[in-house]
Design a protein around this ligand. Structure first.
Ligand code: ZN
Ligand code: ZN
Length: 358
């Protein structure tokens, strides 16, 4: 954790700041290990202050032995005001995408002698390359999602609802150590599978339905994210054809993942396959995203993001084809960029369209 703080401090001169304020739960956890739901972290050139309140006094001491714990008796802005005076900060950076207008306005009043500088992408870029401990946590969350997929397969059959499958996935992951689900789970069946983000409903699954499940566990603060599409009872030719194209695109995307390659090139590798089959208009989202403490992190595997991939980044590769009135197919794996190329963390079967409930 000290290494992360040192790296952050190394960026101070380039940004023209002498301290940095963190309010987002993920960044707070990343820099201090604190899991409480309320608190701000102030990193100066010499110290790390965790400002929280009475409810977390004991927890903060235990979780953050490397921090000076400050109890905010009258509110966090007041405590920061006090602190800023004592340690003489002049230029305070803050998380531009996170801080609310209200918090910003309040800081401007309370820290009147200090320049407040919102920074964009600052923490996100710092977090994009994961350290070995983080990779281990993500791999555990991915493994739990893989096991949940094996658990759900025999339960997918005619007559059950999307909600039933979604809850079974969630129960399984929570019973096996997840703190929660990584995001509201997507179970979209039949024609609804053309909705890329169709969260589960009371719809009953029928013979011949495609079922797209996009799910993940949150474990030790880190998330997993995977998608599989299966079919119930019997697969027709069109379903097999679309599945085959999406799989070919997904494998092309994974093959493109290498250190030094631009995120946008991975997007192009997957997209070119789908465009080549004439379904370009039916793949309207980006090919993937970074994954870690948050479900969507940098880099984004999209045409707009030219970030060079680096060893230690974890990204998803998840092309899809969506045909309104017919249905859709998406396949998503989590992939670690390593020094040679890509290591696919997800182990669930995808080589063929799995037929359930026969
Ligand atoms: Zn997903
Ligand atoms: Zn995803």
């Amino acid at each position: 954790m000290q290494e992360r703080v040192d790296k952050l401090r190394g960026l101070f001169p380039g940004e023209g700041i002498d301290s940095f304020l963190v309010t987002s739960p993920e960044n707070r956890f990343y820099l201090t290990g604190f899991t409480g739901s309320s608190g701000s972290v102030l990193i100066s050139e010499k110290e790390i202050f965790l400002v929280t309140d009475f409810r977390y006094a004991e927890q903060a001491k235990k979780q953050c032995p490397h921090c000076s714990i400050v109890m905010a008796r009258d509110g966090i802005p007041e405590a920061l005001q006090d602190l800023a005076g004592k340690i003489n900060i002049r230029k305070l950076g803050c998380e531009g995408e996170i801080i609310t207008y209200h918090q910003y306005a309040s800081l401007e009043v309370k820290l009147a002698d200090c320049e407040i500088k919102p920074l964009y992408g600052f923490m996100d870029n710092l977090r994009a390359v994961k350290d070995p401990g983080e990779i281990e946590c993500i791999a555990r969350a991915v493994d739990l999602a893989d096991r949940a997929f094996s658990h759900i397969l025999p339960l997918i059959k005619e007559g059950v609802t999307e909600n039933y499958l979604s809850l079974e996935l969630e129960f399984f992951m929570r019973k096996n150590g997840a703190e929660g689900v990584a995001f509201p789970l997507i179970v979209a069946s039949g024609q609804r599978s053309s909705l890329p983000h169709g969260t589960a409903t009371e719809k009953i699954i029928s013979h011949g339905d495609l079922v797209t499940m996009d799910f993940g566990a949150s474990l030790a603060g880190y998330n997993s994210d995977m998608t599989r599409t299966v079919v119930v009872g019997k697969a027709d030719e069109k379903q097999k054809e679309i599945y085959g194209i999406v799989l070919e695109a997904q494998l092309a995307g994974i093959r493109a993942v290498k250190p030094g390659v631009a995120a946008s090139d991975v997007d192009r590798a997957a997209r070119d396959v789908i465009v080549g089959y004439g379904y370009g208009e039916c793949f309207g989202h980006s090919t993937g995203h970074g994954l870690g403490l948050q479900i969507h992190e940098n880099p984004r595997l999209s045409a707009k993001d030219n970030t060079g991939l680096r060893p230690g980044m974890v990204v998803t590769v998840e092309p899809g084809i969506y045909l309104p009135g017919w249905g859709g197919v998406r396949i998503e794996d989590s992939v670690l960029v390593d020094s040679h190329g890509a290591r696919v963390l997800s182990a669930s079967e995808k080589d063929r369209l799995i037929v359930c409930g026969r």
